[in-house]
Design a protein. Structure first.
Lengths: 426, 184
C-alpha cells in the first residue's frame, strides 16, 4: 500500500481496540501492511525503545568488534583497548561512509577508506591526512565516532537507545529483567557460539514477534517437527502440560512451557547421549543447591520464550537462542539469531546443543521455515485489509480479565505487546 | 549479522588436503554422471531414492555462509544432519504438513567445474552449483560449491555412496529465499 495521509495521522487507539465487556481485542490490519505505519514505527518504536545490540562474550578481547545493524542504523560493537565495550555509529564523521565494512574482526583502529580518517578502538579520531588543510577551529577531539545517546548492558546483554530522554535500561526492562536473570543464572559464564543465523521474510515484523510467543500454533503448524521428535528422538509432547503466559510490563511478555526436547541446562533426554546424562543431572543438582528447588526448576526445566519489547526474543528451550526481528519495510523483515551456551561446557554436549537447536529453530530447521511461511501467508491474506479490517487477538481474555492465570496458548502476551505498541505510536 | 552491503572476509577453500588429483577422464566422467543423477533425484523430488545414495554414517552439512566453518560441533551451521536427522528431514518434506514446501518448490540444479581427488577415505569431489528455486512465482538463486565424499560400494545399483555432502554457499540466505526449506 502506498502511504496515505490517513494512516500518518490516525490515532493508534483506532488500530488497537479492546472491549473487555464484549471480550474482543482487535487489531486494524492496516498496521501490518501500510508503509506510513512502518515509518511511524521506526520513529516512535525503534527510535525510542532500548534495542539489543549484542552479548559481551562476542567481543572478549581488546580490539574485538562486530558490525551490527540495529534499528536500521549501522553500528560497531567494539571492545576498546582501554578495556571499555562501546557501541559506536558506523559512519565517518567526515562524509558518512561506513568506517567498518566487514562484519567482525579485531582491530586497534579503523581507517575510513574514502579520505583515510582514522579512528582508534575507543572511537577517537587520531588521524586526518593533510590536517594542515584545516584551520584552528577544527576540533579533532570532538570528531571521534559518535555513540548512540544511551548504551547500557544488563547481565552482559548490550542495548542501545536512540532517544536521549528515555528511561534507564533496568527501568525499561521492568519484569523482563527477572527472566533475563533466569537465563544468565544458568551458568557462571555464558558465551555466544560463533556463527549467526540470518534470514528474512516477506511479512510484517510484528507477525513474527507474535509467532515467537505463540503457544497456540505449535501443534497445528509444527506437526512435522513433533512427528520427528517422536519418531527420531523418542520424545512425546505432553498435551496436558501446565503452561503460562505473563505480561511483564512495558510491552515485555513471556510464555513458559515444558517441552519434550532436551535442555543442556538441565533436562536430559536420549538426544543428549547416555554418557552425558550424569553431567546434565549433576548440573540440575547444582542449580537446586545454589538456588533452591523452585528456582532451579524455573532455570533448568522450564522452557521460555521471552519478548523484550519491541524486537528481542530470548528463547530458552532446546538451548538458548537470541533473536532480533527488524523491519526493513512494512512487508519485509530481517531476522538474526545466535546461540548462547555455557562457556567451557563439555564439547560433546556443546555439539548436541547446536544440533538440537538447528534442527528446530534455524532457517533450515524443521520448524522455522513453516513459521515464516505462516507469516508470509498472513501478509498475502492481509491484502484484503480494505474489506476485512480486523485481526482477532482475544484468546484467553475471559481468563485474563477474571484474574485467572493465562496459558501459553492464550494471547495475553500478544495483547501486552500491542498495548505498548499502541501507546508508543500515539 | 551483516549490515547492509558488508561482505565477510571469509573465502572458502575447496581443495581437499591429503588427496591426489584424479586425471582419469573415465573416473571423472562417471563422477559427473553420479552428481547429475543425484541432482535429478532432488529436482524431481524422488527423495527416498536420493536418501538411498547415502552411506549409513553419512553427514549432510551446510555451514553458515558468513564463516564457512568446517566444524558443526563448535560453530552454528544451517544444517548438520546425521542419517537419522536427514531421514527425518526427508519424511517431513514428503508430508503435506511441511507447509513451507506445500505446495512444493521447483528446483533446477546446474553443476559444473567438477574436480575429483583420491583421498584415503574415498573420492573427494568439488563442483560449482547454481540451484534455482521457483515457488509462488518467485525465482531464488543459490550459488556455491558442493563437496562430496564418495565411497565405493558393492551391494548397490550405484558405484558409490555419499559419505559426506557439504554445501558451501556464497551468500546469505537472507537475500535468497529468506529461509532454506528445500534440500540444497
Amino acid at each position: 500500500m502506498t502511504p496515505s495521509t490517513d494512516s500518518r495521522n490516525t490515532s493508534a487507539k483506532e488500530w488497537v481496540v479492546e472491549d473487555v465487556a464484549a471480550g474482543t481485542f482487535r487489531i486494524d490490519r492496516t498496521t501490518l501492511i501500510d508503509e506510513a505505519v512502518f515509518e511511524r514505527e521506526m520513529a516512535s518504536v525503534f527510535g525510542r525503545c532500548w534495542l539489543y545490540v549484542g552479548h559481551e562474550s562476542e567481543i572478549p578481547k581488546p580490539g574485538d568488534f562486530k558490525a551490527r545493524d540495529v534499528g536500521n542504523r549501522p553500528l560497531i560493537f567494539w571492545h576498546g583497548h582501554d578495556g571499555a565495550k562501546r557501541v559506536l555509529y558506523n559512519s565517518c564523521r567526515h562524509r558518512g561512509a561506513l568506517v567498518c565494512r566487514i562484519p567482525e574482526g579485531n582491530a586497534r583502529g579503523m581507517s575510513c577508506f574514502y579520505h583515510a580518517w582514522t579512528y582508534n578502538s575507543t572511537g577517537a579520531l587520531n588521524g586526518v591526512p593533510g590536517d594542515e588543510g584545516y584551520g584552528e577551529h577544527f576540533d579533532r577531539a570532538a570528531m571521534g565516532l559518535l555513540s548512540p545517546p544511551k548504551v547500557d548492558n544488563y547481565r552482559g546483554f548490550y542495548f542501545v537507545c536512540f532517544d536521549p530522554g528515555a528511561v534507564g535500561l533496568k527501568t525499561y526492562l521492568a519484569g523482563a529483567a527477572d527472566y533475563i536473570d533466569l537465563v544468565a543464572d544458568q551458568a557462571d559464564d555464558l558465551e555466544v557460539v560463533p556463527g549467526a543465523h540470518e534470514y528474512s521474510m516477506d511479512a510484517n515484523w510484528k507477525l513474527f514477534v507474535e509467532n515467537s510467543l505463540d503457544g497456540y500454533h505449535l501443534l497445528p503448524l509444527h506437526k512435522t517437527y513433533f512427528t520427528y521428535l517422536e519418531e527420531r528422538e523418542g520424545n512425546t509432547l505432553d498435551r496436558d502440560d501446565t503452561t503460562e503466559a505473563l505480561d511483564l510490563g512495558n510491552g515485555h511478555a513471556v510464555i513458559c512451557v515444558h517441552g519434550p526436547w532436551a535442555r543442556p541446562v538441565a533436562r536430559w533426554t536420549p538426544a543428549l547421549g547416555e554418557h552425558n546424562r550424569p553431567q546434565v543431572e549433576a548440573k540440575y543438582q547444582e542449580l537446586v543447591e545454589r538456588y533452591g528447588s523452585e528456582r532451579a526448576q524455573m532455570i533448568g526445566l522450564t522452557d521460555r520464550n521471552l519478548l523484550v519489547f519491541p524486537n528481542l526474543i530470548i528463547n530458552d528451550i532446546m538451548g538458548v537462542v537470541i533473536r532480533t526481528i527488524t523491519p526493513t519495510a512494512a512487508g519485509h523483515t530481517k531476522i538474526h539469531q545466535w546461540s548462547l551456551a555455557t562457556a567451557g561446557e563439555d564439547p560433546d554436549l556443546r555439539a548436541r546443543r547446536l544440533d538440537s537447536y538447528i534442527a528446530f529453530q534455524g532457517p533450515a530447521g524443521l520448524a522455522t521455515p513453516d513459521d515464516l511461511e505462516a507469516c508470509e501467508a498472513c501478509q498475502a491474506g492481509l491484502r484484503t485489509a480494505p474489506d476485512v479490517t480486523w485481526s482477532d487477538i482475544s484468546r484467553g481474555m475471559h481468563r485474563e480479565h477474571a484474574g485467572q492465570p493465562s496459558m501459553a496458548s492464550d494471547e495475553l502476551q500478544m495483547r501486552a505487546f500491542w498495548r505498548r505498541w499502541q501507546s508508543l505510536l500515539d | 549479522m551483516i549490515p547492509t552491503g558488508l561482505t565477510s572476509a571469509t573465502i572458502g577453500h575447496a581443495t581437499p588436503s591429503d588427496a591426489v588429483r584424479v586425471r582419469d577422464t573415465t573416473v571423472i566422467s562417471a563422477v559427473c554422471q553420479f552428481l547429475y543423477d543425484e541432482a535429478a533425484l532432488l529436482d524431481e523430488w524422488r527423495l527416498d531414492e536420493w536418501l538411498s545414495l547415502f552411506h549409513p554414517d553419512a553427514v549432510y552439512l551446510i555451514p553458515t555462509p558468513e564463516d564457512l566453518s568446517n566444524d558443526p560441533a563448535t560453530t552454528l551451521h544451517l544444517v548438520h544432519d546425521s542419517m537419522n536427522t536427514l531421514a527425518g528431514r526427508v519424511d517431513r518434506l514428503k508430508s503435506k504438513h511441511a507447509h513451507a514446501e506445500s505446495p512444493r518448490s521447483r528446483t533446477r540444479r546446474h553443476i559444473t567445474n567438477v574436480r575429483v581427488w583420491q583421498s584415503p577415505d574415498g573420492l573427494e569431489t568439488r563442483s560449482v552449483f547454481q540451484v534455482t528455486r521457483v515457488r509462488g512465482g518467485v525465482v531464488d538463486r543459490y550459488v556455491g560449491v558442493y563437496e562430496h565424499l564418495l565411497v565405493s560400494t558393492t551391494d548397490s545399483d550405484v558405484p558409490w555412496l555419499i559419505k559426506r555432502r557439504r554445501v558451501a554457499l556464497d551468500h546469505s540466505i537472507e537475500s535468497a529465499g529468506g529461509q532454506l526449506s528445500v534440500l540444497l
